[in-house]
Design a binder for this molecule. Structure first.
Ligand SMILES: *[C@@H]1O[C@H](CO)[C@@H](O)[C@H](O)[C@H]1NC(C)=O
Length: 330
């Protein structure tokens, strides 16, 4: 074998290895000096302030101040109706920078993409150009944030939904980076399984755009029940948080310690527009209006609040880590 052939072979091997060993990009986020962590969760928001987006933002600022939050999580559908047209789309400033202006919200934002974000230039929101415009912004497809007391697994759920591929109707999706789809999805599931296996005992929180449990307009996502839920249950995930349904919800699993939260009330809510399903005994809370979630985590406790457009707490709960997350409503 001549040396250029050997060189070519070893390059191919390196390329192949990088491909098969690719995994979630990992970020570290420090906890507070007392070992705790607090954050807000908002979803389905970017409407240039309309539909009470600005009012929700104002209350987030107040609650964020009280809790001294460490970061904000966005569950996707960040920019309506069709994501961003490019990284220079002024909608980024008009719906994000100019809206979430409170000093308490000048923290890192960790965001996933929603289905509406896939209807624009999908690469725009992932672009480092946005981080130069507003350094708070971080949106990736699937990634992991590690803190001393909790690990956050952000999952790109939109490509799981069959209907967007089979019957997109008037919607045009930008599937760059997703095709071939089957490979893309199995990679996410494999990486998630691997990351959960490696994770040492602490809070495990998984974030996606689409609901696993919901009685809202869209309801549960069957593809996630089939492919994602079994992984969450098998790896003692504590909490799954999503948006997509424009409401606030809490479900408590009857077969595991998993809690399901919807935070999709960042702007336009569907108040009264749709009939909803019976949530059964797992349903603990459903609020068909605008709002957001707050979370305070210690190594052993999680205190969760659901706030409406006026900042009022509509529902709250405490989870305890020692008691296998048996949850107590307050
Ligand atoms: C905004 O919030 C107020 C106060 O709850 C409510 O009365 C109003 O209907 C909301 N507006 C929209 C457009 O949702």
């Amino acid at each position: 074998m001549d040396s250029s052939w050997t060189m070519w072979l070893s390059c191919m091997w390196v390329a192949w290895f990088m491909l098969v060993s690719a995994e979630f990009q990992r970020f570290e986020h420090p906890v507070k000096a007392d070992g705790s962590l607090s954050f807000l969760v908002i979803g389905d928001w970017g409407r240039k302030g309309a539909y009470n987006q600005s009012h929700v933002a104002l209350q987030m600022g107040k609650v964020g101040e009280e809790l001294g939050i460490d970061f904000v999580i966005s569950t996707g559908d960040n920019f309506y109706e069709e994501g961003l047209a490019s990284p220079y789309d002024p909608a980024f400033s008009h719906s994000f920078t100019d809206i979430y202006t409170a000093s308490s919200l000048q923290k890192q934002w960790y965001s996933v993409l929603g289905n509406h974000d896939y209807r624009g230039d999908v690469l725009a929101q992932l672009s480092p150009i946005l981080r130069r415009i507003d350094s708070r912004w971080l949106c990736l497809r699937s990634f992991l944030v590690d803190t001393d007391i909790a690990e956050f697994f952000f999952i790109d759920t939109t490509p799981f939904v069959d209907q967007y591929f089979r019957d997109p109707k008037h919607q045009k999706f930008d599937w760059r980076g997703v095709i071939p789809r089957k490979k893309y999805l199995s990679r996410i599931l494999k990486d998630l399984r691997g990351a959960l296996k490696e994770s040492v005992a602490k809070w495990r929180i998984v974030i996606g755009h689409h609901p696993i449990k919901s009685i809202g307009h869209h309801g549960p996502t069957k593809e996630l029940i089939t492919h994602l839920l079994p992984i969450l249950e098998a790896n003692s995930v504590d909490i799954y948080i999503n948006g997509h349904d424009h409401c606030l919800e809490h479900f408590s699993s009857i077969t595991s310690s998993l809690q399901f939260f919807t935070s999709g009330g960042g702007s336009k809510a569907w108040k009264g527009d749709f009939d909803y399903l019976d949530g059964g005994e797992e349903m603990k809370f459903y609020y068909d209006g605008q709002g957001f979630m707050s979370v305070v985590l210690t190594p052993t406790n999680a205190k969760i609040g659901f706030h409406d457009v006026l900042g009022r707490v509509q529902h709250s709960l405490d989870l305890s880590k020692q008691t296998y997350n048996a949850y107590t409503a307050m």
